[in-house]
Design a protein around this ligand. Structure first.
Ligand SMILES: Nc1ncnc2c1ncn2[C@@H]1O[C@H](COP(=O)(O)OP(=O)(O)O)[C@@H](O)[C@H]1O
Ligand SMILES: [Mg+2]
Length: 486
């Protein structure tokens, strides 16, 4: 069919024709806006979910809903290594400037800008905002970020309330914030809620399984009360169920007068396993393959092959780029030991044994690192994992298990070498990948400069600034069998 008419939109944050399976969450946010407008306390849950589950799209939808009601909406994406204070200063500035244009520069907006100016001078060092009023000292400039943030939000909330409007602060990719920062944000939002002010913070990020992984064997008593309470204010976007997946396929097609045969729809739904992004990708491929107006099973089968090829040749290699050899080994072990992409463990030490890691600390560290980069998710747990708890680890994207089973992840590195025009390293020492495949060791060692997220060439296990010294030692790999020497 003509690509010009394709209603499928695989991408990041691209609004689908049908925002399937999210009615409850959208309805609940509508209630939040109504409650805040009526001066009743409410907060919005943080949206968490795996890559491609539809977080950004939902966040944008929330922003659009608020805008429709005349609220001020300021959105940003968290930039790794940028302090929250700077992001908040930018958001607050945007909102106050918009308020000042819409309502001319009323005295209270000028005051709030002055408070922000003082806040910026003390907390958000490094951002330069041109604020054309005198700083108002003594409100949000103590230097205690948590307290200053509360006061700043309260100040903005009071201005908004006087003008009978609300304010939405929206931050995407919040998983890159430190948990202290998240806790400060949460405490600020609870403060404005306690005061009945129309300010709401909406955020989206990867499911904080990395936080849970990080808490294996840690006492929950060490969590601040706000972090502990935040656990209840997450909405986790699960894969779309069968009905929602069907709608995500059929509604866009119908908008162009196209439908699916029953068998084709079953096959397409099963293939995508509820992953929103994959549904859009599959839709786009099948649109190209089919001559319509009814999409047949054969079309879906051909499109499946094309999607699988795209994932294997392009998506997974990029996803795993920057993995160390040990991380690839872990992922390959999970893939080989998994059923439908999930590997279950009876306890933390069972996990250490199966993944050939050196004890509970190494399990926590390895799973946290992999989950932070959205390569895995923890299953069956919404709380801390103790030594004897059973839990599961799921590869974060459908068909990643097949990719690792068939390639051991090495495809990724050859693709990286290829695209960067770098010479492949000669393979001198074969390594025994536990499980099935034998993979040349050098091939699974990240090439120089394959660091991730601006980490440059730091060996991944050697940690980032601020990590403790004991980590590299604790990450000593426990090879059960000696590598053959050449
Ligand atoms: N509820 C949904 N129904 C159908 N498609 C969706 C839905 N949510 C997201 N998508 C599609 O999935 C893809 C990824 O969405 P995005 O919001 O960027 O995900 P995330 O931010 O979680 O990575 C986009 O192509 C988007 O159009
Ligand atoms: Mg996103």
């Amino acid at each position: 069919m003509d690509l010009r008419n394709s209603p499928y939109v695989p991408g990041a944050g691209t609004r689908p024709v049908a925002l399937a399976g999210r009615d409850d969450i959208i309805e609940r946010f509508d209630v939040t806006l109504s409650r805040l407008e009526a001066g009743r306390a409410d907060t919005a849950p943080l949206i968490m979910g795996a890559r491609g589950s539809g977080k950004t799209v939902l966040l944008n939808e929330f922003g659009a809903m608020a805008k429709k009601r005349g609220w001020f909406v300021a959105s940003e994406e968290v930039i790794p290594n940028t302090p929250l204070s700077s992001l908040i200063a930018v958001l607050a500035h945007e909102v106050l400037l918009e308020m000042s244009t819409r309502h001319r520069v009323a005295a209270n907006v000028r005051r709030a800008l002055g408070v922000l100016k003082a806040f910026t001078a003390v907390s958000a060092l490094g951002v330069s905002l041109s604020i054309d009023v005198d700083a108002v000292r003594g409100t949000a400039d103590t230097g205690l970020f948590s307290r200053d943030l509360r006061r700043l939000f309260t100040e903005i909330g009071e201005v908004a309330k006087e003008q009978s409007v609300g304010v939405v602060f929206s931050l995407d990719e919040i998983h890159t914030l430190e948990s202290d920062e998240l806790s400060d944000l949460n405490s600020a939002m609870h403060r404005t809620a306690q005061l009945g002010l129309p300010v709401v913070f909406i955020g989206a990020g990867l499911f904080p399984s990395w936080q849970q992984a990080g808490r294996i064997k840690q006492s929950p008593l060490r969590l601040s009360s706000y972090v502990a309470r935040m656990e209840t204010s997450f909405v986790r976007l699960k894969p779309l169920d069968s009905a929602a997946s069907r709608e995500a396929f059929t509604a866009p097609a119908l908008s162009e007068g196209v439908d699916f045969s029953d068998a084709a729809l079953d096959e397409a739904v099963q293939f995508c396993q509820g992953n929103s992004w994959l549904i859009q990708l599959m839709g786009a491929e099948v649109w190209e393959v089919s001559s319509g107006p009814t999409i047949a099973l054969f079309d879906v089968q051909v499109a499946s092959d094309r999607v699988r090829q795209k994932l294997n040749q392009w998506f997974f290699p990029r996803l795993t780029r920057g993995c160390t050899d040990k991380e690839l080994e872990i992922l390959a072990l999970i893939a080989n030991g998994s059923h439908h992409g999930i590997m279950n463990f009876d306890s933390v030490s069972d996990c250490a044994n199966s993944l050939q890691l050196d004890g509970a600390w190494a399990v926590r560290y390895a799973l946290t690192e992999l989950a932070k980069r959205d390569l895995i998710e923890l299953e069956y747990t919404d709380g801390p994992i103790y030594d004897n708890d059973g839990f599961g680890v799921r590869l974060s994207v459908p068909m990643m298990d097949d990719y690792f089973r068939t390639t051991g992840g090495i495809f990724g590195f050859s693709a990286v070498h290829h695209t960067n025009n770098e010479k492949s390293e000669p393979y001198s020492r074969p390594s025994e990948l536990p499980g099935k495949s034998n993979v040349p060791r050098e091939l699974v060692t990240p090439r120089p400069g394959a660091g991730r997220d601006g980490e440059g060439q730091l060996p991944a296990w050697r940690g980032r600034p601020g990590r403790t010294k004991e980590e590299p030692a604790a990450m000593r790999l426990r090879h059960r069998r000696r590598l053959p020497q050449r």
